[in-house]
Design a protein around this ligand. Structure first.
Ligand code: NAD
Length: 486
């Protein structure tokens, strides 16, 4: 691993406190950071280094306790961190940042490998990338990389404009677009399940698979994010990025080689083959919902429109279910169902693959259940397979049983740890390539437009349910139902 300087914009923000510093600390404890490196925190506030380090110490204290490390380990980690106060909109402030980076490189004898992480509001992404270049921070004798958080644009046009601006300072291979779903251990595992197991690879096609159900449900409502969410909605917030990433991961063909270039090429091909939707298709294949008041886990909760900060007549989608077709020979005729919602009965991110059941009627007077491959992503992690067997105690009655291969999720590294470690090593496999982002925006555009023009009904569903009834009806049209909904 190459020595480097990690420059964190937004180092005093929420994401840095909750995720990035704890992830860096865990990597440090696991000796997964380069042997020599420096971290330069950038924030708007005028902190002294000591003040800043106190806040970093607080944010790594839980991780330190869990890892049972002593204070000398924490202090060794903190000793690699510096702080610079920069107003990211002010060109001249970057000279102080450049000075600090050069000082670190000299102090620790580091090569000029620079990793810039933009953990700031999206309106600053292009501004910062431009100033990084103009200030000379990009002129290195080593490598430079840019890690960028979501959201990447709010529609195709703004994403294209942003990308163009970023590309004026960084090449595509240098840009690491975070989709934190790609940091989840089970999502990374999808590729191994599909491609490292000949038994699954052999049946990963439309001859054996009846349908695929991709779910990402949350019990929480809009929380304190109404300012952002009420202008975004579930389609922008979840489907364009995370859900389509899951679709690409599950539907990609076996790459020529298992490496970043080939995997991303196969993912892109999936997005190119996803059948575009015309307005009539949107009306037929997309269900839009918004949560009403209800009862969730024993508590009454208010409707979306009654949440603080939400417009009283808001038409924002807090639930979306979609039926997607992939026009390639492997998947022709297999519906992929996607759904995501807030204030759903249970929190669950999972993919269920339902296999065709040609033997359904082969037992007299008894039906066999279809085989299911269940990939639990969050909060449980693991794989289970539903198969049929005879219950000896019930006079040989056929029953589906589940063979469980769950892993101990508490031992798995956090998404941000895996993603940061990849970016430090220059492995872009689990970051979104621009073509994936662009194709995903392009594909959701007709749906966004249909929502904006209210061409799709907004179904209010009670909080604590599985979403609007129309979501179940979407699957019934092909004779299917969402598995594991009670
Ligand atoms: P935040 O508001 O808590 O922090 C913003 C940071 O930006 C602070 O460090 C602040 O000092 C800095 N900043 C703001 N204006 C500045 C200026 N003019 N000059 C210099 N610094 C300035 O935001 P956050 O929640 O940490 O989110 C950061 C990014 O991560 C956003 O793009 C957000 O969409 C994304 N994100 C956040 C989360 C999360 O859980 N917080 C999750 C996913 C994505």
């Amino acid at each position: 691993m190459k020595a480097m300087t990690f420059v964190l914009f937004g180092a005093t923000g929420d994401l840095a406190k909750r995720k990035i510093f704890p992830a860096l600390f865990n990597l440090y404890v696991d000796q997964k950071l380069p042997a020599s490196y420096a971290i330069v925190g950038v924030g708007r506030r005028t902190y002294t280094v000591a003040e800043f380090l106190r806040s970093v110490e607080q944010s790594v204290s839980d991780a330190a306790q869990r890892r049972e490390v002593d204070s000398s380990c924490i202090h060794a980690f903190l000793s690699t961190i510096r702080y610079v106060s920069v107003d990211v909109t002010q060109k001249d402030d970057y000279l102080a940042l450049l000075g600090q980076v050069i000082q670190c490189e000299q102090e620790w004898n580091l090569p000029q490998n620079r990793l810039f992480y933009l953990s700031v509001a999206p309106e600053f992404f292009d501004v910062i990338a431009g100033h990084i270049k103009a200030s000379g921070l990009c002129e290195t004798t080593g490598w430079k990389r840019l890690i960028i958080e979501k959201p990447f644009g709010r529609d195709l046009q703004s994403a294209e404009a942003l990308n163009e601006k970023l590309c004026a300072s960084f090449a595509e291979e240098e840009i690491y677009r975070i989709d934190h779903y790609l940091g989840k251990p089970m999502v990374r595992n999808l590729e191994a399940i599909e491609f490292a197991n000949p038994i699954f690879q052999a049946i990963w096609n439309n001859k054996y698979i009846a349908n695929v159900q991709i779910t990402a449900n949350e019990t929480v409502g809009v929380e304190d994010r109404a300012g952002y969410y009420d202008h975004a909605g579930a389609l922008r917030d979840m489907v364009q990025n995370h859900m389509l990433q899951l679709l690409m991961m599950i539907a990609m063909h076996l790459p020529n080689r298992i490496n970043a270039k080939e995997i991303r090429k196969e993912k892109r091909k999936v997005m190119e083959a996803v059948r575009p939707m015309e307005t009539e298709d949107v009306m037929r294949s997309v269900v839009r919902g918004q949560y009403g008041a209800g009862n969730l886990q024993g508590h009454s909760v208010v409707s979306y429109r009654d949440e603080p900060g939400v417009e009283a007549d808001s038409m924002t989608d807090t639930f979306v279910a979609l039926r997607v077709w992939i026009d390639d020979p492997l998947w022709s005729g297999v519906p992929f169902y996607i759904r995501t919602g807030k204030r759903i009965k249970e929190k669950s991110t999972k993919i269920i693959i339902e296999f065709k059941n040609p033997l359904e009627g082969s037992y007299r007077n008894q039906q066999t259940a279809p085989n299911l491959l269940i990939l639990n992503i969050n909060p449980e992690e693991g794989i289970s397979l539903q198969v049929n067997q005879k219950n000896a105690a019930e006079r040989g009655k056929l029953e589906p049983v589940t063979v469980d291969f769950s892993t101990d999720a508490s031992q798995a590294p956090e998404a941000y740890e895996l993603l940061l470690s990849d970016a430090i090593q220059g492995d872009s496999t689990y970051f979104a390539h621009w073509m994936e982002v662009k194709l995903a925006w392009k594909w959701v555009t007709p749906i966004l437009e249909a929502f904006a023009q209210n061409q799709v009904p907004l179904h209010v569903y009670p909080a604590g349910s599985y979403g609007p009834q129309e979501s179940a009806e979407l699957l019934m049209e092909q004779g299917f139902s969402w598995w594991q909904d009670e």
